[in-house]
Design a binder for this molecule. Structure first.
Ligand SMILES: Nc1nc2c(ncn2[C@@H]2O[C@H](COP(=O)(O)OP(=O)(O)O)[C@@H](O)[C@H]2O)c(=O)[nH]1
Ligand SMILES: [Mg+2]
Length: 298
């Protein structure tokens, strides 16, 4: 019998470099939500990739950033805690040769650790081929032993190379999950995240950072159709007005985008009802954070 390789791969990097997009691409399914707003990912999300070579358990993390709220603290804990569980680190960076303080900090914390690191230069679809060499040279000097792989999470270029590099560095081990398992997230959790993604993508400025979503009902009818109700929670009355929009237009836009996303995930028709609620300063309220699933003891 062929021996399989397996292990946990933490995906880390600055906010917005494409960690969640890459993870979804590698497993071939949309599990983690993505947006062009920093700090879209709040929880640690685990997904599983299995093929004849073995099994990689990917850990998507909130980006490394300076926390300013209790929610921010929780997100940084989730990011740091993940490193302790990893057999290998996939460190995503932007395709630029100018390495900022954030990436230097990450390099410094990685150099003190005794696990293999793969530096992944993402978004290569957005730069010319000849501009890539200086980027690879710059990061090559930062952590000597690391392999550097250019990819585009958007187009899939380089992703097979990346999977090969990860399997090369994992040791022989058992499959932790059966080959049907794709994630530790429940459908209900993903549905809530898809509502939050629709809100993030439709709203501008600071409002998206102050939004949470709670799915209060998710039931399925005999014909398979889902009935889902969810609260969009925001921090102020003025935000509530913006989320609802003139004549309810914004909430309608968020609702139809979210419904399409949930229908893609469930492959069933979805009847979605959204409500907007104000919970003042929930991002700094331990009790509310816990209720919304952003709890430290997990
Ligand atoms: N051009 C380009 N954009 C990308 C790529 N990967 C991610 N993005 C975009 O970068 C933004 C942040 O992506 P996301 O996965 O949410 O980043 P995260 O915060 O690191 O998880 C989104 O707008 C993505 O569409 C890529 O390979 N190429
Ligand atoms: Mg993310």
């Amino acid at each position: 019998m062929n021996k399989t390789r397996s292990g946990f791969a933490a995906i880390i990097g600055r906010p917005n470099v494409g960690k969640s997009t890459l993870m979804n691409r590698l497993i071939g399914q949309k599990i983690a939500i993505t947006s062009d707003k920093p700090q879209t990912t709040r929880n640690r999300i685990q997904t599983v990739y299995t093929d004849e070579r073995g099994q990689i358990v990917f850990l998507d993390t909130p980006g490394m950033h300076q926390a300013r709220t209790k929610l921010g603290d929780y997100m940084m804990d989730a990011a740091r805690g993940t490193l302790g569980d990893a057999d290998i680190v996939i460190w995503l960076v932007e395709p630029s040769p100018y390495i900022g303080a954030g990436d230097r900090d990450i390099a410094a914390s990685l150099s003190g650790m005794d696990i293999p690191v793969i530096i992944v230069i993402n978004k290569i679809d957005s730069v010319k081929k000849e501009d890539l060499l200086p980027v690879m040279a710059a990061f090559g000097q930062l952590i000597g032993a690391a392999e550097i792989i250019p990819v585009s999470a958007r187009t899939g270029e380089g992703c097979d190379e990346l999977l090969r590099a990860v399997f090369d560095r994992l040791s022989e081990g058992p499959l932790y999950y059966d080959d049907e398992t794709v994630t530790d997230q429940t459908m209900r959790q993903i549905a809530g995240e898809l509502v939050r993604e629709a809100a993030l993508r439709s709203l501008r400025d600071e409002i998206p950072h102050g939004i949470a979503v709670e799915v209060t009902r998710m039931t399925s009818r005999e014909n398979g159709m889902y009935d889902i109700e969810a609260d969009i929670i925001c921090e102020r009355d003025s935000h509530k007005g913006i989320i609802i929009g003139r004549g309810g237009s914004m909430l309608k836009k968020i609702g139809s985008a979210a419904r399409r996303g949930i229908e893609d995930m469930t492959q069933e028709r979805v009847n979605l009802r959204l409500f907007v609620k104000v919970r003042r300063d929930w991002r700094d309220n331990e009790t509310l954070l816990k209720e919304l699933g952003y709890s430290r003891e997990k």
